[in-house]
Design a protein around this ligand. Structure first.
Ligand SMILES: [Zn+2]
Length: 401
């Protein structure tokens, strides 16, 4: 019991009132998860325990008994595992990075990091993006990202793509922080669910990015499968006219993963080695509901600390891969009593990132990166692409005459 000096000294510092509160909270938390443990207890013991608990309330002497039980249970739960972080917050993460233990950091990100860039959650109806699509009478909003619908009415997607096309938005401080990690040689990889390419626009080397749900960086014909120049797609997006394959006249689609499509091969190829090597996982702006992306949280080793910076607490995510990898339920985020490695910041991503940067002493560098972001005039850029494509096509026609 006294083998847990951190727990004991913490308890000794507590006032009696706080201790009683802790005991009550702990018991109620335990009540929901001790089903299995209680099943191992004989009926008589269980009854006795219940009786003890009922009569303990309000008795100062029994608080000590109760605290002893908590320490005992904590020891059991931790099963000898010492905390991997000094504290389970941004300070804990900053200290861990400063200690030099984090040299291969993986960042996982979702829509939450692009909200401050002005990109709405385009998969949700009622965000404004879909208003322009009303003339297409979509059977359901998601249809715009379905291959069968795209074949029939590609214009709907091309209309939406105009609003989402990279270059129309500016990366956020969070995107710049990912670039800062890369510049310091600490970024193993950035796995993003976002299709906005803002990580690349912030300066992150494309080799360090895995766009799990694809992006507008490339395009393919959906019939013959040939790769098509993205400039042609850009020009088509601007004109609102779907792009056709010059070989088979099939429709050309930017490399965004549509509903029902498999994830890019690169995602599966890199996850295996990346997550085995990872020594710190930072999850930014995602509630980890979309699989298989969410399951990556459980693919880091059990001795790898993890951080979640998000508007809401997420405790799921790892279960799916936990089952596959045999790491069990410990692969999900755990912010409960038995937590030994998961740090949490609840709030706006950029706010969390500025705080973390301050704690790391990186604030000035991050500010520099934010200030130096290039200004992209994507419409002018696209017009140039359109001119280039038109010139190419007319020279092709002349050559064939
Ligand atoms: Zn084709």
């Amino acid at each position: 019991m006294s083998e847990d000096p951190k727990g004991e000294s913490a308890v000794l510092r507590d006032t009696a009132v706080e201790a009683r509160k802790a005991a009550t909270e702990h018991d109620s938390a335990m009540a929901s998860r001790t089903g299995a443990a209680q099943a191992n207890t004989s009926g008589v013991q269980a009854q006795q325990q219940q009786k003890d608990e009922d009569s303990d309330d309000g008795e100062d002497g029994s608080i000590i008994q109760r605290l002893k039980r908590i320490l005992h249970l904590d020891n059991e739960l931790r099963a000898g595992r010492a905390p991997l972080l000094d504290s389970f917050d941004l300070q804990g993460i900053a200290s861990y990075i400063q200690s030099g233990k984090a040299k291969r950091i993986i960042v996982m990100c979702g829509a939450g990091i692009s909200v401050n860039a002005g990109i709405p959650d385009f998969r949700s109806p009622g965000t404004g993006l879909y208003d322009n699509l009303s003339k297409y009478n979509l059977p359901r909003p998601e249809a715009v990202f379905e291959l069968s619908y795209f074949r029939k009415r590609p214009k709907a997607f091309y209309t939406l793509a105009k609003e989402l096309f990279p270059g129309a938005f500016k990366p956020t401080p969070t995107h710049c922080f990912i670039n800062l990690l890369a510049k310091k040689g600490l970024l193993q990889r950035c796995y993003t669910q976002n299709i906005d390419s803002l990580e690349r626009q912030a300066g992150v080397d494309p080799d360090l990015i895995v766009a799990a749900h694809g992006n507008f960086d490339g395009a393919h014909c959906i019939d013959c499968g040939r790769e098509r120049p993205i400039d042609q797609v850009k020009a088509a997006v601007l004109s609102g006219k779907p792009c056709r394959c010059s070989t088979c006249n099939g429709l050309v689609k930017p490399d965004i993963v549509f509903f029902g499509e498999g994830l890019p091969e690169r995602f599966f190829r890199l996850t295996a080695s990346d997550f085995d090597d990872c020594d710190l996982l930072i999850v930014l702006g995602t509630s980890l509901v979309v699989q298989p992306f969410a399951s990556l949280v459980g693919q880091v080793g059990e001795n790898t600390p993890r951080a979640l910076i998000n508007k809401e607490k997420v405790t799921g995510g790892g279960g799916f891969s936990g089952l596959l990898s045999g790491r069990g339920s410990s692969s999900s985020f755990n912010f409960g009593d038995s937590n030994c490695r998961d740090a949490l910041f609840l709030g706006d991503c950029d706010e969390g990132i500025w705080q973390l940067s301050r704690l790391l002493g990186w604030e000035t560098e991050l500010k520099g990166l934010v200030d130096d972001l290039p200004v992209v005039d994507w419409e002018a850029d696209v017009k140039d692409s359109a001119k280039a494509v038109a010139a190419e096509e007319s020279s092709d026609k002349k050559a064939s005459l």
